[in-house]
Design a protein around this ligand. Structure first.
Ligand code: NAI
Length: 513
């Protein structure tokens, strides 16, 4: 069977299912030099896809992305076929048909009788168990997951998924082949959601919880996640793009596959959107109105506050050090007081209010714990030196003028300030803490190596930093403290700490590679 090396270019690749993913995978394989047989059960679908791909190659040539000669030959390498039996010469079959285990197993059963004994059978499934798809096959070792991301020609990541019976050499051959096709492959084991669809769940889930709590509106949360968190898209705009039917189905399938672990529980808010048919961009309405001409709602940004002439930094500013530097650069006098009785991890005293980094408790809880009425908590930023926006929460007892001074100080440092309700862990911090936690659990369970997990989240969903490296940058102990505070605040098992994270927090060890 496979020898762990990339398939030679002469090897024929068959793609079954000529929909969005199958057509994209056919394009990638043809551009890499393989002859590609494309089959779809729907009459005419493979021919239509081949025609569209020829047009795509022409467009790429007209834009100078490939030569006209390469465009012609790539198009000529894609051959629509009209029966599965025509795939007999394929050395690799990639199925991208309907996401239904029974239909996929039936297809693999047919293919097993058609292709040569040394051919690899790969599935592009996003949610089904590769182990289960291979079960009952004569040679289950040749079945593996080859999970591309949408759109396949543009997204670099490919998860190479091993079921319990997958021959490691088959996984290695797929890995080397995906790399030869210009992709970024990562190895993963067959577990619910594999790497990306599992580790990304908190990105949507925490935003949905904040919306359910009415902590803020979608446009503000999205802006905070982009402009403070450094994510390319906010969670609500991304869910609207993916489609709530698809996003909800993935969440539900991971939750069910995890035997209803509350960590993965879907959101009633999203279920309502699906029930209403408000599926996002494709239906014209989701969290946002996508009708032609509809104005995008603006995020909430506070009006100008009165900045103090000087601030006192008590203790070590830690992660907020670049924020303090920005204050100083803006002309605010900064006095340093290394002794810090009020806030254990450092805080900025504006003279009227304390500004501190969120630790997963509400501002009101921290006001209660310190006895200081005027507490303004700042959300995490990917990089405080360059962030455009920060979110804040204000303690319930905080005087308006004190909050105004804290806002003015942050604005003076160059941040646009969004005030959200006094939600535990604010927006970016709680999302990042849960992403780190999930990635730590995935690493502990051997789903992939820490390096593969970080790479997958950057290349599969464009995160600005791998979650484990992010956890190291924030500090495992701080992330663990945020989760412990969230768990205490909500009293829910959802926020339980991954043993791997707890260990890194206790031992001062690293989470990432
Ligand atoms: P799609 O609906 O665009 O295309 C599926 C195609 O398969 C259709 O053309 C259909 O006629 C054909 N088909 C259905 N049953 C068939 C059978 N028994 N034999 C041959 N052809 C058959 O679906 P899409 O989005 O391309 O998804 C395909 C697979 O890729 C699914 O397993 C999905 O979970 C997975 N996937 C989808 C992603 C996405 O964002 N759409 C991302 C990654 C994976």
């Amino acid at each position: 069977m496979a020898n762990g090396q990339a398939l030679p270019r002469e090897a024929v690749v068959a793609v079954i299912g000529a929909g969005a993913m199958g057509a994209g995978i056919a394009q990638v394989a043809a551009q890499a030099g393989h002859r590609v047989l494309l089959f779809d059960a729907r009459t005419g679908a493979a021919d239509d896809a081949a025609r569209r791909l020829a047009a795509t190659f022409d467009t790429l040539a007209s834009k100078g992305r490939m030569s006209a000669e390469d465009a012609r030959s790539a198009a000529a390498r894609i051959e629509p076929v009209h029966t599965p039996g025509a795939c007999v010469s394929a050395k690799l079959v990639v199925e991208a048909i309907v996401e239904d285990a029974g239909v996929k197993r039936e297809l693999f059963g047919d293919l097993e009788r058609i292709v040569a004994a040394d051919a690899i059978l790969a599935s592009n499934t996003s949610s089904l168990s590769i182990t289960a798809l291979a079960a009952g096959m004569k040679v289950p070792g040749r079945v593996a997951g080859l999970h591309f991301f949408n759109p396949a020609p543009l997204m670099p990541l490919v998860e190479i998924v091993r079921g319990l019976a997958t021959d490691p050499a088959v996984a290695d051959t797929l890995f080397a082949t995906a790399a030869a096709w210009g992709k970024t492959p990562v190895h993963a084991t067959s577990t619910p959601g594999f790497i990306v669809n599992r580790c990304a769940r908190p990105f949507y889930a925490e935003a949905l919880r904040l919306a359910a709590e009415r902590a803020s509106d979608c446009a503000t949360i999205d802006a905070v996640m982009r402009e403070a968190g450094g994510f390319r898209m906010g969670p609500f705009e991304l869910m609207d793009l993916i489609g709530h039917d698809v996003n909800f189905a993935v969440t539900q399938s991971v939750w069910e596959a995890m035997f209803n672990d509350p960590r993965y529980a879907p959101s009633p808010i999203q279920r309502e959107l699906v029930a209403a048919g408000f599926l996002g961009r494709k239906s014209g309405r989701g969290f946002y109105d996508h009708a032609a001409g509809a104005a995008a709602p603006a995020p909430q940004s506070l009006g100008a506050g009165q900045a103090p002439a000087h601030v006192s930094v008590h203790g070590e500013p830690g992660l907020l050090a670049p924020l303090v530097d920005r204050l100083a650069a803006a002309g605010v006098a900064v006095r340093r007081h290394p002794a810090h009785p009020m806030f254990p991890d450092g805080a900025i005293d504006t003279g009227a209010a304390w500004i501190a980094l969120t630790d997963g408790r509400t501002a009101t809880a921290r006001s209660g714990a310190t006895g200081a009425p005027n507490v303004v908590l700042v959300d995490l930023a990917l990089d405080y030196a360059t962030a455009k926006r920060v979110a804040i929460a204000v303690s319930d007892r905080c005087e308006a003028s004190a909050a105004d001074g804290a806002v003015g100080a942050l604005q003076k440092a160059g941040y646009t300030v969004s005030r959200v309700d006094d939600a535990a862990g604010l927006v970016v911090m709680r999302t990042v803490a849960m992403l780190v936690n999930e990635a730590a659990d995935a690493a502990m369970q051997g789903i992939a190596t820490p390096a593969a997990i970080d790479l997958a989240m950057q290349k599969g969903v464009n995160y600005p930093r791998g979650p484990l490296a992010w956890g190291d940058a924030v500090g495992a102990a701080r992330i663990a403290a945020v989760l412990a505070n969230l768990a205490a605040h909500y009293g829910e098992d959802r926020y339980r700490t991954s043993p791997r994270l707890a260990r890194a927090a206790q031992a001062g060890g690293r989470l990432g590679a």
